[in-house]
Write a protein that binds this ligand. Sequence first.
Ligand code: SAH
Length: 672
Amino acid sequence: MKTFCGRANPTTGAMEWLEEDENYDYHQEIARSRYADMLHDKDRNMKYYQGIRAAVSRVKERGDKAIVLDIGTGTGLLSMMAASAGADFCYAIEVFKPMANAAMKIVEKNGFSDKIKVINKHSTEVTVGPDGDMQCRANILVTELFDTELIGEGALPTYEHAHKYLVQEGCEAVPQRATVYVQLVESKRMWSWNKLFPVHVKAEDGEKIIVSPSEMENCPGVPSVCDIQLNQMPSSDFTILSDVVTMFSVDFSKRVRSASTYYRVQLEPVKSGKAQIVLSWWDIDMDPSGMINCTMAPYWVKSTSAFQWRDHWMQCVYFLPNEEPVLQGEKVHLTACRDEYSVWYKLQKARGDEENKADVRVESPVCRCQAHLLWNRPRFGELNDQNRTRQYIKSLMKVLKTDSICLCISDGSLLPVLAHYLGAKQFFKANHLEDKIKIIEARPELLMSSHLEGKKISVLVGEPFFTTSLLPWHNLYFWYARTAVTSHLTSNVTVLPQSASLHMMIVEFQDLWRIRSPCGTCEGFDVQTMDDMIKNSLNFRESKEAEPHPLWEYPCKSLSDPQEVLTFDFRKTVPQHCLSTEGSVNLLRKGKSHGAVLWMEYHLAADISVSTGLMQISNVKGNCEWNPHCKQAVYFFSSVIESETLSDLPSAVTYAINFNTKTGEIAMDFKL
Ligand code: SAH
């Protein structure tokens, strides 16, 4: 079956109808899934296995049959562990059909078909009884339903239901419990993902400061979690204000309640400062004694020997509704509120306890200023990047004249405000400076002369940034928009940026390669079926696609020099013909060529460029520093070449890259 899906093309802006195979979504889900990453997570797998063995033994020691319920079995891994540990029978529940099918195959291949029954249902649909899915209630409950925030994938309602209907009272649970930890910090870097800082503009008539309106200053923001690889955050980028404290824990062997609630702890700041951020992570105990513990604690909390890289569980950054000054030794109350699926925090000065309790409301915060809906966290960070702003100011100063008529094409951009402060006479686009800056509510191709009051545009600017962009080149929408408004431009129009270029580099990832690399066996179980399934889904479309990743979170080293592969001249309109290039890039360092990274650079004006990718290669080893606000495109090679010495390396990787100006798509091919 084919279905037609309508979407705006992120690059060309054109509305298009795509004929999608009905399996497209599921292939996307498999191809981009975290299953491979979980199967590579040795620490997790080992501890689950230990916990499951211990639970099965405890039940057996009591002389009972061990009946396991594995909710969200995925590949069937945890059920196979239980069966090998001597469980009498396992019910393996999986809601996602392709995964349930894979689990059946894997279970069979590993010889457990008589011990494991895979049930393709959501756990809340499972029935118990002589004619039911399960013959009887289970006495061992095994699950792995956690996300970075612990409860975001619905673990609480699933457990609540399972205890009511699917397991015996007093059952064993692996994991036995989860504990959420918090630490209060001050961090200009992280706070810049949540608030707009004053922007300093040095104009000819002195320095001006753009400040955000008070409704934005006081806005509590949005409650959605910000999950990051906190281990990539250098300790110089934040100040610890409190010890690590336990916020709450959930015992999975007892009845679990999912209804909204709150937890509060008293904190004694270890340092005076501005409380802005709550950093949080969790650990799970696989057994009642707590001896088998799997933790997401960041590097400054745990010893490096306990370190396991993983991407399916990271750490959480929560923004307090407002920054609060705290004094060393002066106690404060931190409250975690949660509903079934998410958590948010507030901080209060420790006053009379009764008074404080009355203050606790569990409603989640709502953005009142709109900015938190318009800008995501990296975008806030980008707008707060003073260095970047300086480049734009410098370039605007070069191109703006007192009689310039400007048009800005970018989403939620500060460029119009900057240009206004720099003396542009008239500006069309966003902001509350209504009389000087006019906001046009029209897509570029629908722009009419009347919108511009009959004037012609002499300066066209863009960052460019569009909220619909996922891959770096999607911001080429600026070029298409520029083409659409050509008739409104003066013949000698200045376009800022004047051009963009696509850059490419071959890299070896420290860890990110795991998410797309086959596993073979996992804890002794053959999971190749899963590898094949992922491979099949990745090849579902004829050409493999690049995928976006914020590389500041995923260290890599460059094996080649960065290379400019395509340029896009915004001073001209988008050409009819494709832009293609072929070439080769020399490998300079030994290592594993996991893939190519691609990013855009914008040439704002002569000699002024900004990179949305590589900032610099920091040392002879090739360690890279990436733009901290942008995602880069990663194209994983299907086979990895490894070499110990430079002489065994192929000296170069050849590439062919094609930008189809009609579809806005970039296709690429690499040969090692
Ligand atoms: N247990 C596997 C996979 C964990 S991923 C392992 O540890 O390797 C979690 C899986 O649970 C996903 O495949 C998801 O589709 C499934 N899932 C989540 N909630 C579920 C529920 N309530 N009922 C059935 N399956 C569920």
